[in-house]
Design a binder for this molecule. Structure first.
Ligand SMILES: C[S@@+](CC[C@H](N)C(=O)[O-])C[C@H]1O[C@@H](n2cnc3c(N)ncnc32)[C@H](O)[C@@H]1O
Length: 230
């Protein structure tokens, strides 16, 4: 496992993350499909179903990247707006949902604006997880729903070993062949930023969410945290 102290923090992390996604944006979708064996779309669909929102509900997709969540949200007859800091990722997006270059920690939206919020694979990437959860709670109406999808470390020892080999050795290798070795070496290392499940749940509850739950997909390699705005 990577020692968290060797990874950038604060403004340096924000600059590193943004520059990295700007760089890998043109090949991001292709690499995602390969590295998740095409399962990432079904995880996003499950995250959206977990919101349990009715047709036409407004959903903010934080860290929307190339718009994968926005596309699935539209297919589910929801009304998304995507926000991301990386102009490269937004430029590579293929969706007709409105996309805004903006920071998920400071959204230009009034309190209680949205019915729902999605956020895919970005918890590792933000500078301040507490601030992200508090901002998410701020822009949701009471009883609004949020889904945060993120990688996880399987708990089963055999699966955990296989996952470590895949995520820390094979992913950087494939990333190096098809995209950017430095970026796809950083991505697995950035899991070190992720607090354990119980801490994530506590952070969400303290930020203003209730009924927080965690589900696992992909043999425990992916976690979905959901919560309801109090
Ligand atoms: C791994 S990508 C995930 C993209 C997309 N959500 C998906 O499911 O494929 C992480 C994204 O988080 C974005 N990001 C990182 N920090 C952010 C922040 N503070 N506000 C908004 N977007 C951010 C990056 O630019 C990048 O597009």
């Amino acid at each position: 496992m990577t020692d968290r102290s060797s990874l950038p923090t604060g403004d340096e992390k924000a600059r590193t993350v943004r520059a990295m996604f700007d760089r890998i944006a043109p090949r991001y979708d292709r690499l995602n499909r390969i590295m998740t064996f095409g399962m990432d779309a079904s995880w996003r669909r499950k995250s959206i179903a977990a919101l349990g929102l009715g047709r036409g509900s407004s959903v903010i997709d934080v860290a929307c990247g190339t718009g994968d969540f926005c596309r699935e949200l539209q297919k589910a007859r929801l009304d998304p707006i995507g926000f991301d800091v990386s102009f490269g990722m937004l430029s590579a997006a293929a969706t007709d949902a409105p996309l805004v270059q903006g920071d998920g920690l400071r959204l230009p939206l009034r309190d209680g604006y949205a019915d729902g919020l999605t956020c895919g694979f970005a918890l590792r990437n933000v500078v301040d997880l507490k601030a992200l959860f508090e901002e998410s709670a701020r822009i949701l109406r009471a009883e609004g729903r949020a889904s945060f999808l993120e990688t996880a470390q399987p708990e089963n020892l055999v699966l955990s070993f296989g996952h470590k080999v895949y995520f820390h050795k094979i992913v950087p290798m494939i990333g190096g062949w098809l995209s950017d070795k430095a970026a796809y070496s950083y991505l697995p290392k950035s899991s070190a930023y992720l607090p354990p499940k119980n801490e994530l749940i506590a952070l969400l509850e303290n930020a203003g969410f209730k009924d927080v739950s965690v589900r696992l997909f992909g043999l425990g390699a992916v976690q979905l945290l959901t919560g309801t705005r109090r």
